[in-house]
Design a protein around this ligand. Structure first.
Ligand SMILES: C[S@@+](CC[C@H](N)C(=O)[O-])C[C@H]1O[C@@H](n2cnc3c(N)ncnc32)[C@H](O)[C@@H]1O
Length: 276
């Protein structure tokens, strides 16, 4: 029996438990999209995520399809440095096969990082790369903390920004992208998730917003054209539609991302290469 840790994530950090619960659930499936044997223990240490079950049901396979999409992006163009922004309870440092010499940085709020490190220690988890955790608030000067932790801006980097931007105020999101770009040597890659305004305003999303607002994890931003947005910071981006992603993995399109049900509302999954 694993122990429930005293300091379980609260506020926006609690949304990380929701995503880990989706990955733990996937672990029980026969033809799963990835292996995440640590996820269930992380959720258990947080004392479950059943308060967020409604959100997970609405998302369908979206969270696990996006996990697989970003796994493939990160391993498809291996880089000596990987930076996972707002890593939450992401266990890619442990569960993916990284080329030797990979250093992976995980950034998230100090309280979430503290909880995660305790919970991983309880599971005797061993990373498959050099793993460096950087507790910080991404609305502040995280770049100095990252460099202080050993990040080298002269080396190419793979950046991951999954499940983050919607929680940041627009100006903080711009600052994050500005600094990610400023720290990216030529050849660096970036993968992100964001949503457009129509998605934020979907009637189906109302109970999700109510749940997140109650957690003090309100969605604060959106983007209409992620390719243009990234281009403005010197990245060449492409977007993958969930219809194609689901077909690639022989899964039904999650209703929340099915154009026949949500029209132009989009959860963007974008991947980019540094061109400037
Ligand atoms: C929906 S979870 C996504 C976690 C992870 N990327 C995943 O997909 O499993 C959102 C994460 O963003 C983090 N986060 C939100 N605002 C943040 C901020 N200002 N600074 C650092 N982390 C933040 C939360 O703590 C949480 O771990």
């Amino acid at each position: 029996m694993k122990r429930v840790l005293q300091r379980t994530p609260v506020g926006v950090a609690r949304t990380a438990v929701l995503i880990a619960a989706a990955r733990a659930n996937e672990q029980g499936r026969l033809r799963r999209l990835f292996d995440d044997p640590l996820a269930a223990g992380l959720v258990e240490a947080a004392g479950s995520a059943s308060d967020l079950n409604g959100v997970r049901t609405l998302a369908g396979d979206h969270f696990v399809l996006r996990t697989r999409y970003f796994d493939d992006e990160l391993l498809g163009t291996p880089q000596p440095q990987v930076v996972i922004m707002a890593a939450g309870l992401d266990t890619r440092a442990f569960r993916l096969q990284w080329p030797p010499g990979t250093t992976l940085f995980e950034l998230d709020l100090p309280e979430l990082v503290e909880f995660k490190e305790d919970a991983l220690r309880d599971q005797l988890a061993q990373p498959a790369c050099e793993r460096v955790v950087v507790p910080c608030d991404l609305r502040d000067d995280w770049a100095t903390a990252l460099i202080g932790a050993g990040f080298d801006p002269k080396r190419p980097t793979a950046w991951l920004l999954e499940g983050l931007f919607m929680f940041l105020p627009p100006d903080a999101g711009e600052q994050v992208l500005y600094w990610v770009s400023a720290l990216s040597a030529r050849g660096s890659t970036l993968a992100l998730e964001h949503v457009n305004r129509a998605f934020r305003e979907l009637p189906q999303m109302k109970p999700v917003h109510q749940r997140f607002d109650a957690l003090d994890a309100r969605w604060l931003s959106d983007v209409e054209d992620p390719v243009e947005w990234l281009d403005g910071y010197g990245w060449h981006a492409t977007v993958t539609h969930q219809v194609d992603l689901a077909a690639r993995h022989d899964r039904a399109v999650p209703a929340i991302t099915d154009p026949r049900k949500v029209g132009d509302a989009r959860i963007w999954l974008a991947s980019a290469v540094r061109t400037a």
